[in-house]
Design a protein. Sequence first.
Length: 66
Amino acid sequence: MKVTLNKSEILIFKGATISDLVLAYSERSFKMFKKGKLCVYDRFGNLTEADGPVYEGQMFFLKRAE
């Protein structure tokens, strides 16, 4: 399925989580995400959980933790 993260289209397997999406996007970003230095927000600006589900066509943004 196709999901967008920071304007990059990522092809990922069905049943993937936010963590899986970040890892598919960038290993470096994944390490920072796991350390709490980066957070993932949905297209409405809501903070997501690492184990949250990912669905076809969703859009997410990876930003520095505040």
